[in-house]
Design a protein around this ligand. Structure first.
Ligand SMILES: CC(C)(COP(=O)(O)OP(=O)(O)OC[C@H]1O[C@@H](n2cnc3c(N)ncnc32)[C@H](O)[C@@H]1OP(=O)(O)O)[C@@H](O)C(=O)NCCC(=O)NCCS
Length: 317
């Protein structure tokens, strides 16, 4: 039976200016896209078929990957359920000149093996931890799974009850709309999650930049669950609202982003009409729910609590 190490996929990317967000360093959304690509390769190989992203845990961006550096993403399957796979992805930035590697983040994702009609599909493959370290990874994956399922059940209930955050009166908002095109899909007509994460990050980033009138970088991202597939020919609406910040020209912005989807297909006309009303905030928010935090990319933020926490975490890796 294969071990966890046997499932490892390593993705190596040279970081070009086209991958940058804030000048000279990688765009957070691009990194999330790469993380889901590496995770999809590891999960899909083990499942031997299409997989979709069911959930992603919190991500802290501990250190940037700079233009000209090499990003190394290592993904491995750490546990397998009936149809789901727990995948860990670790990212390093490698300085080409010195060869030094810095851990920039670690994340855990759940992929679900699906049939052509995007229904959970049993996975035949099994893995067995081969070392004590792998045994620990396996146990942690089981613990995360239990926590995630609890969170998932709670969110489902609260989402069904409609918005509860009381952010209707927020002044700083951003909204963008885009259609899901065939090249957004990898398996069948389901949107590849990395593409959506990139757009989500961009919506929050644009709002934060407008608010603080300066460059921003994504600092961390709360866990999120994907309830329903987004398909080609649907329209995605991204809404971002600034729901918390310290002083206007410094510190952190905590941005609430919600995305909703609708379809132009005739049978979903009612949904489309409700989406028209969304500008008045009447459409229940559906598939994606998360909070993002952005830290301003300015020198005066360096002493802040969150940045300190991130640096401390970095030094322990
Ligand atoms: C993932 C998806 C197929 C699951 O369908 P479902 O009918 O809710 O599936 P079930 O409740 O039967 O669960 C199936 C498995 O997925 C796991 N799962 C589903 N959602 C999960 C979540 N948010 N977190 C953790 N595990 C999850 C379940 O634990 C179960 O695992 P197991 O078979 O190993 O025990 C469905 O929610 C979906 O299509 N989501 C959108 C996926 C997507 O399009 N992602 C990209 C967005 S751009």
């Amino acid at each position: 039976m294969p071990s966890i190490a046997d499932t490892t996929v390593e993705m190596v990317q040279l970081v070009f200016p086209e991958h940058a967000g804030a000048p000279g360093q990688i765009h957070g959304g691009r990194m999330m896209e790469w993380i889901t690509e590496a995770g999809t390769m590891a999960a899909g190989r083990v499942a031997r078929g299409p997989v979709v992203l069911g959930a992603m845990d919190d991500i802290d961006f501990l250190a940037p990957v700079r233009v000209g550096e090499i990003a190394i993403l290592r993904a491995q399957v750490e546990a397998i359920g009936s149809s789901s796979l727990e995948v860990g992805v670790r990212v390093w930035a490698e300085n080409v000149g010195t060869g030094r590697r810095t851990v920039t983040q670690g994340s855990h994702l759940v992929f679900v093996s699906v049939s052509e009609d995007v229904k959970p599909w049993p996975i035949q493959a099994r893995i067995a931890p081969a070392t004590a370290d792998e045994g620990r990874l396996f146990e942690e994956a089981q613990r995360r799974r239990a926590e995630r399922l609890r969170r998932f059940a709670q969110r489902r209930t609260s989402e069904a009850a409609g918005p509860t955050d009381g952010d209707d009166d927020v002044r700083w908002r951003f909204e963008s709309v885009r259609s899901v095109l065939p090249d957004d899909a990898l398996f069948g007509n389901v949107m590849f999650p990395g593409k959506m994460l990139k757009e989500i990050d961009e919506a929050g980033g644009i709002l934060s930049m407008r608010y603080c009138e300066g460059f921003v970088m994504t600092a961390c991202l709360d866990a999120m669950d994907f309830y329903a597939p987004t398909r080609t020919h649907e329209v995605l609406i991204f809404k971002a609202a600034l729901n918390f910040s310290y002083y206007r020209d410094r510190h952190l912005d905590d941005v609430l982003i919600r995305a909703s989807q609708l379809s132009f297909r005739p049978e979903r006309q009612r949904l489309y009409q409700r989406a028209q009303a969304m500008l008045a905030d009447e459409l229940p928010w559906v598939p994606v729910y998360l909070r993002l935090q952005w830290a301003l990319a300015r020198p005066e933020v360096r002493g802040l609590r969150l940045v300190k926490r991130l640096k401390a975490a970095l030094s322990t890796n």
